[in-house]
Design a protein around this ligand. Structure first.
Ligand SMILES: [Zn+2]
Length: 314
């Protein structure tokens, strides 16, 4: 008990408080797991996802092109992850991540978000292990974010949203010839999702923030955008933009990364609209959560109750 109390006090001393909106309420995570850094011991999160982004069928914003839903789809993404319902799977190995800065090609404004593209003609950057049976090559990464800090992530955890979410998109280079083929096929795509929460300035993200005004420069390696803790949830899902194909193995990192408010604000300076058109801020480019249906969410770590884990030293 004393050990537990001491740990709790030690962790509380490291907590940073982020009073953003009255809308937010504290969400307590207590744990002794070695992976749990101070940044997600206690975080502020909205009470619920705003009504504007809670409709299952409506596109996230008026510029969404293509299908808003898949008729009869049984494994659509994103979803709400419930700590209590996710099942610890001891067979889940740690994810092997190998990213090379040299394979980065350019960053561009897709009209829906900005995207950093990689050379996927070789095995240069990719992932394996974790829930995956093959090697998957890195194709691109992008972010989803809201107009305000109360929402913006696509996935939610216990109905709470983060202000933004990073997606690192990979394709199965063992089963398929290229990304286009892979997104249409079984086990074709693997996406790592990383939540962004407000906090300290993120050095790795800054390099990207600085090129946003020019939008077509090389940026550095994305490994620095991953959290230090590699615990994850995994579930079978879909792309969250058209064609919404159900070819994705999702790997959602439990630990968010911290970014400064002005870094997130830089995302919101981008526009959906082209030059000469009426300006429309590039915000709320997150698809609403979809029904879990018959799927199981597996975790690479043990959770005994909402927001807590089994520690090895208590
Ligand atoms: Zn995405």
């Amino acid at each position: 008990m004393w050990v537990s109390l001491y740990l709790t006090i030690a962790l509380l001393e490291n907590i940073r408080w982020y009073p953003i909106f009255e809308y937010y309420q504290p969400h307590s995570h207590t744990s002794s797991h070695t992976c749990m850094g101070p940044s997600n011991i206690l975080c502020w999160a909205p009470k619920s996802v705003p009504a504007a982004s809670s409709s299952l069928s409506a596109p996230a914003h008026p510029l969404w092109k293509g299908l808003a839903s898949v008729p009869g789809g049984t494994r659509q993404s994103p979803i709400n992850i419930r700590w209590r319902d996710s099942v610890y799977d001891p067979r889940l190995k740690s994810l092997q991540v190998s990213y090379a800065a040299t394979s980065c090609l350019h960053v561009w404004n897709t009209g829906y978000f900005f995207q950093v593209e990689f050379d996927d003609s070789t095995e240069g950057s990719g992932i394996s292990g974790g829930p995956l049976e093959n090697h998957y090559r890195l194709k691109q990464f992008h972010f989803h974010w809201g107009a305000a800090n109360a929402w913006g992530s696509e996935h939610t955890v216990d109905d709470r949203a983060y202000p933004a979410e990073l997606h690192l998109v990979h394709w199965n280079s063992v089963k398929y010839q290229n990304y286009k083929e892979a997104i249409m096929g079984e086990n074709g795509v693997a996406v790592i999702g990383v939540f962004l929460q407000l906090g300290a300035h993120h050095e790795g993200l800054q390099k990207l923030v600085e090129v946003l005004p020019e939008i077509k420069h090389k940026v550095s390696c994305p490994s620095c955008l991953l959290p230090t803790c590699r615990d994850y949830w995994t579930y079978p899902g879909s792309l969250t933009t058209p064609p919404l194909t159900e070819s994705v193995t999702w790997i959602i990192q439990k630990q968010p990364i911290e970014v400064a408010p002005n870094q997130l604000a830089a995302f919101r300076t981008l526009l959906f609209s082209a030059l000469g058109e009426e300006e429309q801020m590039m915000v709320n480019n997150n698809r609403p959560v979809q029904p879990l249906m018959n799927r199981e969410i597996r975790s690479s770590f043990q959770a005994v109750e909402e927001g807590s884990e089994v520690g090895s030293n208590l």
